[in-house]
Design a protein around this ligand. Sequence first.
Ligand code: AMP
Ligand code: ZN
Length: 459
Amino acid sequence: MKDLRLYDTYTRSVREFKPLNPPGVGMYTCGPTVYDYAHIGNLRTYLFEDILRRVLEFNGYKVKHVMNITDVGHLVSDADSGEDKMEKGSRRTGMTAWQIAEKYTEAFKQDMVSLNILEPRIWCRATDHIQEQIDFIRCIEEKGFTYRTSDGIYFDTSKQPDYGFLGRLDLEGQQAGARVDMGEKRNPTDFALWKFSPKDQQRQMEWDSPWGIGFPGWHIECSAMSARYLGSFFDIHTGGEDHITVHHPNEIAQTEACYGTRLANFWMHGYFLQLEEGVKMAKSTGGFLRVQTLIDEGYDPLAYRLFCMSALYRAKLNFTWDGIDAAAKSLDRLRNAVYEWGEPATADEEFIDRFVDQVNDDLNMPRAMAVVWELVKSDLPPAVKKATMLVFDRVLGLRLGEWQPARINIPPEILTLAFQREQARKEKRWADADSLRSQIASAGYVVEDTPEGPRVKPK
Ligand code: AMP
Ligand code: ZN
C-alpha cells in the first residue's frame, strides 16, 4: 500500500501515518454536546472525521472508532463559568436534562445516517462513565496536579512545563493579560476537574464523589473514556479547530499527569464552516442551519457531503446557497452517469492509483474529486468506469451504487404522455410531440432526451 500522510496539529507537520499496533488503528472523536440539534458546521467536522476513517479503512487498517456523547459538564463558557449547557437547555425547553440528552442524541444519529457518516464502533456517554472520571481525577490528584476551591477541584496548569503545547499557547501573555475574573483559580488556564453542586440547589445531574456532590468538568470525560476504550496512548484524536486551544490541551494535560503520555500520536482538526468571511456558525448564537433545513429547502443531504468535499478539511469553508446548489447539480450528474454505466466489471487500477495518491495526501478531497470527474469523462468502457467509481465511493460515501432515478415516482399518466410523445417524435409529428411536452410540463415534469431514450423527471 502507498504511504498515507496526515497533518498532525501537535507537531504542526504532515507526517507519515503508521499505526502503533497494525493493522489496528485507535481513533477517538470528540462528539456532540447534546443540548440542541447539531448544525451543519458541527457536521462538517464529523464529515471530515468520516472521510479520515474511510481512508484509513481503504488503506487496509481496522479502525476502532470511539465517539463520546457529552451529556453533562459542558458549561456555557469554556472557562468553567456559567451554567451547564444541559441544564440551560432544560430550562429553555421544559424537558429534563436527561430527556434533552436523549432527544438530541437521537437527532444527531439521524443526521449521521442522512449524511452517510459511519457509526463509531463504540459510543460512550459521559454520564455512563462517572466512576471512570472520578478514578481519573483521583489519579491526577495523587500525582499532585490538583487544588481545591470553594466551587470545585481544579487542575493546576503551572505544574506542567509543557502545558498548552498543542495550542502553542502564550501562557505568560495570558497571565499578564488576565483581565477575566479568575475567581479562585491560580492561573487563567487552570480548569475544573470536578465541580460542586451549588449549596442551595439540587442539580438534575449530580453524583457523589470523594470531594463532594457535584459533576465532572467537561474535559475529563474524554481522557477517561479514551483511556478506557483505547488505552492511554493511541493513534488519532480528532475534533474541530476550536479544540486546539482549550479542550485538547486540557485532555493532554490530564492524561500526561496521570499516565505520562500525550494521549494520541496524531492530533487532527477540522476547520470551521462559516456563514460568511469571519462569521462562524455556532449553536449558542442561534439561527443556525441544520440538515433538516437543507432537506426543507429541497436538498439531498448528500449534496452537503459533496459540498464539503470541495474544500480541504484544513481550510475554513464558507457556506453559500450557490455552493450547495452547485453541489446538488454535480451529485445529480454523478448519480445519473453512474446509473447509466450499468453493471460493473473490473476496476481500472491506474485511476485507483491516482485517487489513492490524493486521498492519502492528507485527505486532499478537492483533488480526489478532480480524478472522479476525469473518470466520468474518460473513454473507458462504462462497466470499468462503474467498477472504479464504486471503489472510489468507499471513500466518498455518496451511495452512488444504490441510487436509481425516481422513475417509479412518476405518475403513470405522465409516463403515458412521455411514451406518446416519443412515438410522435419517431413518426416526425413534431407539433404533436411539442404539445405533449407542454402537457407534461404543465403537470410539473420535464422530459430529457438521453442516449438511452427519454427520461421524465420532476421539474
Ligand atoms: P459541540 O457539539 O459544540 O461540542 O461541537 C461538536 C463539534 O463540532 C466539535 O468538534 C466542534 O469543534 C465542531 N464545531 C463547532 N462549530 C463548528 C463549525 N462552525 N464548523 C465546523 N465544526 C464546528
Ligand atoms: Zn473531547
